[in-house]
Design a protein around this ligand. Structure first.
Ligand SMILES: Nc1ncnc2c1ncn2[C@@H]1O[C@H](COP(=O)(O)OP(=O)(O)OP(=O)(O)O)[C@@H](O)[C@H]1O
Length: 208
């Protein structure tokens, strides 16, 4: 579950944001739409506490994130939040498998190779686990990114423009994968995008 209450943020006196309250239950999905520059990435970063709000709160399950220290926030995020960034970030010297296992390491959990293999199979890159991440196509990298976000079975999945550079077929595929995977692990799924093609795929929507 994720809920926000009266979140505000400012990059400076001339760029202030007041965000609408959002709520997303376990196994539910929420689409946050907005034109370029309306603050979608900023909002997503506030949800993950990658940015600290000026005021307001972010609650995940029973935890009020804004009350945590920076070290507690980082530990909470690593274990309980899966983030699919707009552009995948991998460690280029590591294999795809090791990039997935890195999510366990950062959450101080035992490396779960079986889970990595299971996700790779489900997301269709099981044959690429020993390759370096930068040897994969963009679509494959996006699927690895989704798998990495699911590695620790987080309670909340946050996806930033996961379909912005994809054709219609791959857009539908990525949306299905995100929804299936988050339902399977019982997570709340929040997607921010300006991609109007996603409008029909999500019943719950908020406009920034
Ligand atoms: N670090 C920063 N310092 C100052 N202003 C910033 C910073 N990051 C973003 N902004 C400004 O805040 C606004 C919102 O940015 P943000 O990236 O959240 O928008 P967005 O809705 O995700 O845009 P897009 O769809 O183009 O990715 C923009 O006007 C941007 O220029």
């Amino acid at each position: 579950m994720l809920a926000t209450n009266q979140l505000t943020f400012a990059y400076g006196p001339s760029r202030q944001f007041v965000f609408p309250d959002v709520y997303c239950a376990d196994r539910e999905a929420l689409l946050i739409l907005g034109r370029s520059g309306t603050g979608k990435t900023t909002f997503l970063h506030l949800l993950a506490l990658l940015l600290r709000p000026q005021s307001g709160s972010v609650t995940m399950n029973q935890t009020e994130l804004t009350q945590l220290s920076p070290a507690e926030t980082a530990a909470f995020r690593a274990s309980h939040v899966g983030i699919v960034y707009q552009k995948p970030h991998f460690v280029s010297s590591l294999s795809v498998l090791d990039n997935l296992l890195l999510a366990n390491y950062l959450a101080e959990k035992p490396q779960n190779k079986a889970r990595a293999r299971e996700l790779a199979g489900q997301l269709g890159f099981g044959d690429h686990l020993s390759k370096k991440a930068n040897q994969l196509s963009q679509g494959e990298q996006q699927r690895v990114s989704i798998a990495r976000a699911m590695m620790n079975q987080p309670g909340v999945i946050l996806a930033d423009e996961p379909t912005s550079s994809l054709d219609d077929e791959n857009t539908a595929r990525v949306v299905d994968l995100l929804r299936q995977q988050s339902e399977q692990i019982g997570a709340s799924l929040i997607v921010v995008t300006h991609d109007q093609r996603l409008k029909d795929a999500f019943a719950n929507q908020v406009l920034l």
